[in-house]
Ligand binder design. Structure first.
Ligand SMILES: Cc1cc2nc3c(=O)[nH]c(=O)nc-3n(C[C@H](O)[C@H](O)[C@H](O)COP(=O)(O)O)c2cc1C
Length: 355
């Protein structure tokens, strides 16, 4: 699949997740077999661009191409400016967020709520496409199936967005109203795929290689995007890719491999966030890696009380050393299906500030 001048390595994409898919995690997903990874959303609010959070998100030092940055907001001009701001900081693809269920910006609802105001949604797309076209940057968009069960308007919007110049559409198979409840449905994604010529990416509840195969088959989508199932398991893309190619399952990674990967992840994480924030924001990642491991829950509780990066890193190292004495390989993916669909918008507490 091509996006502008960029040839994507495969059709397995890492979903944007605020508070999760930062630069270190995107790097891991790509190393773990993802052909493409989208950044956490960056707010269109200029007054927040100098905040530590936004400047971290807009920093792509050393990131592998293509660098895709998601922007979120409710005003067409501000969104166009946000696109330009991120392109100046290295973004090579701009993704518009119409997929996130909550988030209030400037007293208006952003993300998937925009699907409820089609003229505004279209005006945003047109303004962003114009700003990006001037710089030769492709625009993509992520949305849901609609804003309510009785108002599934993804197909009509997809046609309008394509006509406005959007070059790839991702659809999460839930409505805004659903939040993360219930199950993703794929019929609407198939209808979107049938309605447009640009590539369509299917997203929602893809937790196993078999599910990825089935969703690709039933939607006809060009790619699948995986979010929560990659938390603590960034090698899932390689597992799915192997299964799609061969019909067989890859052996689970060795405990020593995961130990090395997680310890490197932590070093990268601390380097980006610094000691104080680093040790705290690393906890959720560590919790995801260990959640299905023997003794994982007790370890997580203990680790959550550690307030120093070095001690946290050492504790993780020792946990995996002890684990390695009783098992060679990580547990199979099937055991994770239930655990992989919990939702926690880690940093979405403050109204008015986009995470
Ligand atoms: C913690 C968290 C943060 C998210 N942040 C974003 C975001 O910033 N932008 C976005 O478009 N979707 C966001 N999403 C939605 C995901 O990209 C994805 O559409 C959703 O989780 C369904 O896919 P999954 O079942 O593979 O997780 C977020 C989801 C989670 C769990």
């Amino acid at each position: 699949m091509k996006l502008g001048p960029y040839v994507l390595a495969n059709r397995l994409f890492a979903a944007p997740m605020a508070g999760v898919t930062d630069r270190p995690f995107r790097r891991l997903c790509k190393a773990g077999g993802a052909g493409y990874a989208v950044s956490e959303m960056v707010t269109s609010r200029r007054d927040l661009w100098d905040s530590l959070k936004t400047s971290r998100r807009a920093n792509h030092d050393g990131e592998e191409a293509p660098i895709a940055v998601q922007i979120a907001g409710t005003d067409a001009l501000m969104m166009a400016e946000a696109a330009a701001y991120n392109i100046d900081r290295g973004a090579q693809i701009i993704d518009i967020n119409m997929g996130c269920p909550a988030k209030k910006v400037c007293n208006k609802w952003a993300g998937s709520a925009l699907m409820q105001d089609e003229p505004l949604a279209l005006a945003i797309v047109q303004a962003v496409v114009a700003a990006c076209a001037a710089r030769g940057v492709p625009v993509t968009l992520k949305m849901r199936t609609g804003w309510a069960e009785s108002h599934k308007n993804a197909v009509g919007l997809a046609r309008q967005f394509e006509a406005a110049g959007v070059q790839m559409l991702t659809v999460h198979g839930r409505t805004r109203e659903q939040g993360y409840k219930g199950q993703a449905e794929y019929d609407t994604i198939a209808e979107v795929k049938a309605a447009v010529a640009v590539p369509v990416v299917a997203n929602g509840d893809i937790t196993t290689p078999e599910k990825a195969r089935d969703v690709l088959a039933c939607t006809g989508a060009d790619a699948v995007m995986i979010g929560r199932a990659a938390q603590g398991r960034p090698w899932i893309f390689r597992e799915i890719g192997h299964f799609l190619e061969t019909g067989t399952h890859l052996a689970q990674p060795l405990v020593v491999e995961v130990k090395r990967l997680l310890l490197d992840h932590l070093l990268d994480h601390y380097a980006l966030y610094g000691d104080f924030t680093g040790v705290r924001t690393a906890r959720k990642h560590i919790g995801w890696y260990v959640r299905v491991l023997p003794g994982g829950e007790a370890f997580r509780a203990r680790m959550n009380r550690i307030e120093d990066c070095e001690a946290q890193w050492r504790a993780v190292s020792e946990f995996f050393d002890v684990l390695g004495e009783s098992m060679d390989r990580m547990p199979a993916l099937a055991g994770l299906a239930g655990a992989a669909v919990t939702v926690r918008h880690a940093d979405s507490k403050k109204e008015g500030e986009l995470t």
